[in-house]
Design a protein around this ligand. Structure first.
Ligand code: HEM
Length: 205
């Protein structure tokens, strides 16, 4: 259960009423991926990855490249054995834990559940300037520190994930706040950022 969840997240997860969101059947990693499942059918097509990225404010080029890379990397890993491969490279949210790679923070366990201790460790170890935020340099130190030997793929994937995050989620001082990073793990940050963009667009028109 996620307490204090925003109304936008509830809406996005199709939850009605004022109680907590029941996410008992979803791991944090499944919720992270679910933002991109625009039609909520459990599958993320390349088009949906692209649309999700655009909704977060990424450029056309970054969104196209991310859709190709992310779906390219995760479709085969998450496809159920009985399901035939297709060139549209869908990602299957049920099996998203199979998309985990090395050189990460371990804040998702092997089942895709959130591990608070590992999340806290990020800030204890690397947030030297401010206890509750990472500077760009500290983020780089973290990526260096998380490197597993001989794991080029994991290192590239981890760098891509954190660079993408930094781009849209840094504050006006260039800091990645702890609360913000927490929101990436259950996907709530994505819903919040989309909502923020939508409401600022509406104000302009
Ligand atoms: C704007 C888009 C995205 C951003 C900013 C982002 C960011 C992140 C971050 C920061 C992590 C944590 C890595 C760590 O703990 O070291 C992560 C993990 C992960 N993300 Fe995303 N992500 C995005 C889109 C996606 C999409 C579209 C998918 C697939 C549907 C996805 C699947 C995963 C998976 C499988 C992991 C686990 C990696 C691991 O722990 O080994 N992400 N992501």
């Amino acid at each position: 259960r996620v307490k204090g969840v925003t109304s936008s997240l509830k809406k996005a997860l199709h939850v009605k009423g004022s109680g907590d969101v029941k996410t008992t059947n979803m791991t944090a990693l499944q919720m992270h991926a679910s933002f991109f499942d625009r039609d909520k059918d459990g599958i993320i097509t390349m088009k949906e990855t692209y649309q999700g990225m655009r909704a977060l404010g990424y450029s056309y080029a970054i969104s196209v490249a991310s859709a190709l890379f992310i779906n390219g990397a995760l479709s085969r890993k998450t496809r159920p054995p009985e399901t035939p491969a297709t060139i549209t490279l869908p990602i299957y949210i049920n099996n998203i834990k199979n998309g985990k790679h090395g050189s990460d923070t371990d804040a998702y366990d092997s089942n895709g559940r959130f591990v608070p201790k590992k999340f806290e460790k990020i800030f204890k170890k690397y947030a030297k300037t401010n206890p509750n935020a990472l500077t760009e340099g500290e983020l780089d130190n973290m990526l260096q520190g998380n490197k597993d030997a001989g794991d080029t793929t994991g290192q590239i994937a981890a760098r891509a994930e954190w660079n993408l995050l930094y781009r849209i989620a840094k504050d006006k001082d260039g800091l990645l706040q702890k609360d913000t990073v927490r929101g990436v793990y259950d996907g709530s940050l994505f819903f919040k950022l989309e909502q923020k963009r939508l409401s600022s667009k509406n104000k302009k028109t």
